[in-house]
Ligand binder design. Structure first.
Ligand SMILES: N[C@@H](CCC(=O)N[C@@H](CS)C(=O)NCC(=O)O)C(=O)O
Length: 246
């Protein structure tokens, strides 16, 4: 069984979509990143980077102890390789075409789209954000163009077949309107988006939740202050040995 440390964000949904495509049993462990669950000792033992998603495979192929995997791209590769689907292994050229586009997503589309969202949500108290907003709006537009130029002569990012490269990129495109993108400007992306959206497993993956949403009215001012302190302006955590000395 695959345990998924999960919150319904684009990075989390990549994993949910692949698990639905594969039809393998999985269990969601909700990781409420708005409450700071990513700093729990149990989670940090799985992902020292205090970010979700991460998985624990309680039944690795070769048996033995559970295998922990963090970083959504690594999780997609782990699961696709284990199940022998959505990532060709025998043809090295085809295999690395998928790797290129998964790494492209992890290094470009995910971080730049994420930063665009971050700066667009800031209120006036954060000061003038016009440079950051323009910078990331441009990057998002540029990256839709990269996908469009890739998809104009092939159905999927890595070629003829739907792979984990598409599963990595897709959840970040579902909010194209909020990202300030007119999908009609990128008609090859639009065709790909419609084809991926129509897959039943994609629809099931997008619908995966992490339990009942929290009622903001139940969060006390003390709890709000605690969250504010751990979630904003995150800086390095001391190494465990230094912590012990203190
Ligand atoms: N490169 C990482 C990014 C993970 C990431 O940024 N996760 C966000 C949610 S999408 C998170 O856990 N944020 C918690 C925080 O900012 O404290 C991946 O793809 O797995």
């Amino acid at each position: 069984m695959i345990e998924v440390f999960y919150w319904p964000t684009p990075n989390g949904k990549k994993v949910a979509i692949l698990l639905e495509e594969l039809g393998v049993p999985y269990a969601i462990t909700p990781l409420n990143i708005g409450r700071g669950d990513q700093f729990s000792e149990r989670f940090l033992a799985v992902n020292p980077n205090n970010r979700m998603p991460a998985i624990l495979d309680h039944a690795p192929k070769a048996g033995g102890d559970p295998i922990a995997v963090f970083e959504s791209g690594a999780i997609l590769m782990y699961l696709a390789e284990k199940e022998g689907r959505f990532w060709p292994q025998q043809d090295q050229a085809a295999k690395y075409e998928v790797v290129e586009w998964v790494v492209w997503q992890m290094a470009n589309q995910g971080p730049k789209f994420g930063e665009r969202g971050h700066f667009s949500r800031l209120g006036p108290e954060a000061g003038d954000q016009s440079y950051a907003r323009r910078r990331f709006d441009d990057e998002v537009h540029r990256l839709y163009g990269v996908m469009n130029n890739r998809l104009y002569d092939r159905p999927y990012l890595a070629g003829q077949d739907y792979t984990i490269a598409d599963i990595a990129a897709f959840p970040w495109t579902t909010a194209w309107a909020q990202q300030g993108i007119d999908l009609d400007e990128f008609r090859h992306v639009k065709r790909w988006f419609e084809a991926v959206s129509a897959r039943p497993a994609v629809q099931r993956g997008l619908a995966v939740t992490a339990g009942e949403p929290e009622d903001p009215a139940t969060v006390t001012p003390e709890e709000q202050a605690r969250r504010q302190k751990i979630l904003f302006n995150q800086r390095a955590r001391p190494a465990p040995d230094l912590e012990r000395v203190r």
